[in-house]
Every structure is written in C-alpha cells, then in structure tokens.
Design a protein around this ligand. Structure first.
Ligand code: PEP
Ligand code: MN
Length: 353
C-alpha cells in the first residue's frame, strides 16, 4: 500500500507508520512525494486503525509490484552524482573507457572526455568478461586510478561492482555504483547496494523484460536506496547482426511506468562504433536523461570493447548534437506555448470580429 503524508504533518506520523509496518513484519520505505511530504510504500497492508494519524492524506493500494519505483509514488526523480544532477531535463553525458587500463591512461581519458563535454567519468575496475582468459580489470588499483582522475578533473565517476562482498570497497572510492547487465538479477548484490548509501546505475539485463528491470530497481529501493538511475544498454533478439539491440521503446515506455531517470548506452547497445552517434541522438530523442558511452583516446588500442568505443572527437560531436537536439525537442515549455497559441488565437478572433 502507498500512504501520502502531508508536508506539515508531525514527524511522529511517518515514524509511527514505519513502526507499525515493522511490528507487522512488513517492509516499509519512505520517499519524498511530489507534494513535498512523505510517501510511504509498504509491502503489504496495515489495518486502518494504524493509519488514523494526523497528516495522513491518502491511503491507496499499490497497483504495481515495483511500488517504490512506480509513478504511484512520485512523478519524476533526480539523482545527484557528485555535483552532477541526472534527470533535470538536461541530458548528462557519462563517458570513459570500458576498462581502467592504468592510472596514467585513466587520467588521460578523463581529461579528454571532460574536454569533449562529458560531466561524469566511467571506467571498469572489475570487469565481467565473457572469457575467463580476457583482461579482468585492475581491481582496487583501478579504483585508485579512477579516484586520481577525479582529483585531476573534478569529475565524479561511476564504476561497476560485481559482488556483494566488494560493495563497501567500491563505495569507498566511487561516486556511483554500477550494476552490470549480467548482474541485474543478482538479488544479494541489489540488496547490498541498497544499503551502500551511494547512487546506483542499474543496467538492464540483456534478456530482462521491462517489468523485471523495474523489479530489480525496486529491490535496491526496498533496501533503502532511492538514488537509482536506470540504463538501457540493449537486449538480445533473434537478429545477430549487432552485438545487442538498443531497445529504445524502453525509454518512453519506462517513463510511463516509473519516476526513475533513465540513460541509454549505445556503445553496448550496438556493439559498433559507427552506430554510436546516431543511436545517441535517437536515445535523446526518445526522452533519455543522458548517455553512457565508451570513449578512449585511442579506441583501437583499448584493452576491452575497442570496436564499440568512440574517440574524444566523436564524443564532442555527440555532446554538441544531443544538446542541440534536446533543446530543439524539449526546450519548449509546452504549457506556456499552448497558452501563447490560445492568446494569439483570441487576439486574431477579436481583430476579425
Ligand atoms: C560496462 O558498461 O562496462 C558493461 C560491462 O556493460 P554491460 O553490463 O551493460 O554489459
Ligand atoms: Mn564495455
């Protein structure tokens, strides 16, 4: 069930609801609703007498199993990564190499992507590779390299965590924790990042439905962390032409279901460098809150995923093109524009009368 509490309700109201839920053995989590007051999602039902409290505005059943992630709790959310806000209408570009290769290489890449217009740095220190014989990442030395790149550029960074036992270590360094596609349904890991106190970027499993994707976000939220950004990174279909197929239905489709920001990863979503710019534009046109891109000063020499990695020059083009596209498509205040048209029409009618 979902309970809305007035902004000026005494703090004891939300506390009493959370306590009552605990007494009934139910999970309960509190978000800030659109009205500025608390919205409490409870994984079950409380008796009416537990809710007869000052400031309780509304009590309704949850229609979605991903209750906290759903539009029933909020209409939109923003997530702060360091000093960068995701979900405020301006597309955010997250970029960097697939893998952290060395301290020097990560700093060089960070400076290059920042000059190209990215505001959040990426790089894998722990890599989920299909082959056990491929480069597996630098581990903690990779986290140190990312932190050094942050010191030089001031850019916050996101990096993948693959195991529950490693969450504390990665969270000590990173500004945002990445849950990779292969781990989207690793429930112990989702529960653990729910308690990590850092924003999370959750990548869609490449054979996961949108409902399963949102349920994984719900796991993180139900364990205490509402700072979740979704990432559409391509799914498997019958077609083997591309490494994956970027599912752009997911972007506006998820916006009709969830308040969580969503970014698009055209690097993994196509597996082909030549397609990344167009699919970045398509992702922004579809309403994505940002892009997650593999970029490297010399992609052909990258230690992983070079074939889908763009150069800093290509990144700069994408940043400029998508910023312009977003402004053209979404920069207009629809309500104000409709009002202007109504006023102009009324003026024309008055003149012609
Ligand atoms: C990545 O972004 O580094 C990555 C491994 O992506 P995915 O989990 O989507 O395959
Ligand atoms: Mn990669």
């Amino acid at each position: 069930m979902i309970i809305a509490v007035a902004q000026d309700a005494p703090a004891s109201t939300s506390a009493a609801i959370l306590q009552a839920a605990m007494a009934h053995g139910l999970t309960a989590r509190c978000l800030t609703g659109d009205h500025g007051g608390d919205v409490i999602g409870i994984g079950g039902s409380l008796p009416a007498e537990d809710l007869a409290l000052p400031g309780v505005l509304d009590v309704k059943p949850a229609h979605k199993s991903y209750m906290l992630a759903s539009l029933e709790c909020r209409s939109a959310s923003t997530v702060m990564v360091g000093d960068v806000q995701i979900g405020n209408g301006a597309p955010v570009v997250i970029a960097g190499p697939c893998s952290v290769e060395s301290r020097e290489a990560q700093i060089e890449a960070a400076v290059a992507v920042q000059r190209a217009g990215a505001t959040i740095l990426r790089g894998g220190a722990f890599k989920p590779r299909t082959s056990p014989y491929s480069f597996q990442g630098l581990g903690e030395a990779g986290l140190e390299a990312l932190a050094a790149a942050r010191d030089v550029t001031g850019m916050p960074f996101v990096t993948e965590v693959m195991e529950p036992e490693m969450v504390d270590l990665v969270a000590d360094y990173a500004d945002m924790l990445q849950i990779g596609s292969r781990n989207m349904a690793n429930f112990p890991l989702l529960k653990r990042v729910g308690k990590a106190g850092k924003p999370v970027m959750l990548k869609r499993g490449f054979s996961a439905t949108i409902e399963e994707f949102l349920m994984s976000a719900e796991y993180i939220m139900a364990h205490g962390n509402s700072q979740v950004v979704l990432c559409e990174r391509g799914i498997r279909t019958f077609d083997t032409t591309f490494r994956f197929n970027l599912d752009l239905n997911a972007v506006p489709g998820i916006k009709e279901l969830s308040h969580l920001p969503i970014v698009v990863d055209p690097s993994h979503g196509t597996g082909r460098r030549s397609l990344v710019k167009r699919m970045s534009m398509a992702g922004i046109a579809a309403g994505a809150d940002g892009l997650f891109l593999e970029a490297h000063p010399d992609p052909d020499k990258a230690l992983s995923d070079g074939y889908q990695t763009i150069t800093p020059a290509e990144l700069r083009q994408i940043v400029q093109a998508t910023a312009a596209l977003s402004e053209t498509l979404f920069g207009i205040d629809d309500d104000a524009a409709i009002e202007d048209i109504a006023l102009e029409t009324a003026a024309l009618v008055a003149v012609s009368a």
